[in-house]
Design a protein around this ligand. Sequence first.
Ligand SMILES: [Zn+2]
Length: 197
Amino acid sequence: MTADRAPEFQFGGRLSLDLTWTLRYRAVWPTALLASPDDLSAWLDAAGLPAPATPAGRDLADARALRESIYRAASALIDRHAIAPDDRDTINHRAAQPPPSPTLHTDGTRRLVAPENRELPAALSAIARDVIDLLTVHDDRLRRCEGPSCSLLFHDSSRPGTRRWCSTTRCGNKVNTKAYRARRSTPNGESTEQPRL
Ligand SMILES: [Zn+2]
């Protein structure tokens, strides 16, 4: 049910990391937001990328493969490990394809378009080019969310570069609420006040 699933998609401003966000809670209860080819088309649409008119299972497999290579490569950089050659090859292979073209739409907005039947390779190229930029230009701004059970990767574009959570409203609040409860707890562990959210 793509229509029901689409609102769950979240975007943080970097295509490559946004794609990795389609597998949530990896460490505790992996939740797949790209469960079908139609989900992939819905995500591509929501991301402003060209989407195949009739997505196939192979398209979904290709997108997931790139997503996992991005996740592992970015995680390796955060953890100061070497990026696996297979992941580097997958990213480079996708980036070598022609990317979508920006066009000025009649309503004044910018759209990314690709030739018919080349929508997915073009979209994956844009995503792969984004992660190459992240891994080489903004590598000191890659972060893993410190939220409980989260583990999402994000790009810290804040001026001081001290961001800790994928989202202040979601994971930041959970951490702050937990700390608040701990401060307000009685010696036997019972909270004396409701946290202010
Ligand atoms: Zn988070």
